[in-house]
Design a protein. Structure first.
Length: 371
């Protein structure tokens, strides 16, 4: 029996690869002749690049760039030939910023633009980046700064490239701007469709979780809009430009990047269609399966790409009450790994064991009756 295991990460608990490994151990306990093919995936959120690089056998590299507080810091990226991938969260992710320093208007994203310039200088032609899970809300000003844009207040003083500066911005200099070569393609793996501004945009949707005071939402949202009305009005109309606190918008406006479906691009890169074509069963999963999962999240995206005739089972941390009745979107059955009522911290700690047990139980059921 060939089982393809293609889960997303379980947020704050396990990487997608660790989830897949745990599920594999469970099936190996209960099915004697099982062949498990691990395909950890992601939809553009934090952990997506890690999932892809395992499937593509990419080489890990490091470079010194400007860190979130202006200091020099090492950032990793992955490369194979003229292809490179990196994750914005590796530099400015929430997990990288101590709680006492979580002010999204002070976090600098200049280093992301510096990395892009480095990759282009190295001859890279295809660049993919995940922008989820960031601690910044700078509207992409850091990207612009790395690519040569300069910012000034009303007195002509240069402003640092962070979100706070947008509140004092009076003029923008484009004299020394860097232009991305036409043969270089930068693609943003996005799992959200939030625009840059407005009540569905970056600030209102993600500002609170990054530590931004809600009383500042209106002002911050307005200054980001003012900024883009000056430098790139078309970006304000882009779906997904609000991803990464506006980093996606900045990459589109200043580095000529394009926003693509995170899950579909991930599946294309790892040649998922071929891997699943002869499978007997597909396993998907994420930390919580709910109605939001239908908006481009990993389990639904993977299930939709699975050919007719290959059953799909979801193994998740928890299942929300707002899910429709099964089957839905090619998923025939869904299981929560939680075995008992316990504190969330314990569930996160024990997730690997619970995944293994759940997969083993499913395996025992499958051996009682062939799929």
């Amino acid at each position: 029996m060939k089982i393809v295991i293609a889960p997303d990460s379980f947020k704050e608990s396990l990487s997608a690869e660790e989830v897949a490994e745990a599920i594999k151990r469970g099936f190996q306990q209960s099915i004697a002749d099982v062949d498990c093919l691990l395909c950890p995936v992601g939809d553009g959120g934090e952990g997506t690049v890690d999932a892809i690089r395992h499937s593509l056998d990419l080489e890990e590299k490091w470079i010194q760039v400007t860190g979130p507080f202006g200091q020099k810091e090492s950032m990793r990226y992955f490369q194979k030939g003229e292809l490179a991938l990196f994750e914005v969260a590796d530099l400015v992710g929430l997990g990288k910023i101590p709680l006492e320093k979580r002010n999204p208007l002070q976090i600098q994203t200049r280093g992301i633009g510096e990395l892009i310039c480095h990759l282009i200088a190295q001859g890279i032609k295809e660049i993919y980046t995940g922008v989820g899970g960031t601690a910044s809300n700078d509207g992409g000003i850091g990207i612009a700064a790395a690519l040569g844009y300069q910012f000034y207040d009303r007195d002509g003083n240069a402003l640092p490239a962070c979100g706070q500066s947008l509140l004092n911005l009076a003029s923008v200099s484009t004299e020394n701007c860097y232009k991305t070569p036409e043969d270089v393609h930068i693609r943003i793996l996005a799992d959200v469709v939030s625009p840059l501004c407005g009540h569905q945009g970056a600030t209102y949707t993600f500002g609170k979780q990054k530590g931004l005071d809600p009383t500042m939402f209106e002002d911050v949202d307005q200054v980001i809009q003012n900024f883009y009305e000056k430098v790139s009005p078309a970006t304000l109309e882009l779906k997904g430009a609000g991803a990464g606190g506006g980093i996606a918008g900045g990459l589109c406006a200043f580095a000529q990047a394009s926003i693509v479906s995170g899950i579909d691009t991930c599946l294309n890169l790892i040649n998922f269609d071929k891997k699943v074509s002869d499978a007997d069963l597909l396993i998907v999963g994420e930390g919580r399966l709910d109605c939001q999962s239908f908006a481009g999240k990993t389990p639904i995206g993977v299930a939709k790409r699975t050919p007719v005739g290959v059953p799909v089972i979801a193994i998740c941390g928890s299942l929300a009450e707002d899910l429709p009745s099964l089957p839905f979107e090619n998923i025939q059955a869904a299981f929560s790994i939680l075995e008992k009522s316990e504190p969330l911290a314990d569930s996160l700690k024990n997730a690997s064991l619970y995944l293994e047990r759940t997969a083993a139980n499913i395996g025992y059921l499958l051996t009682m009756r062939k799929i």
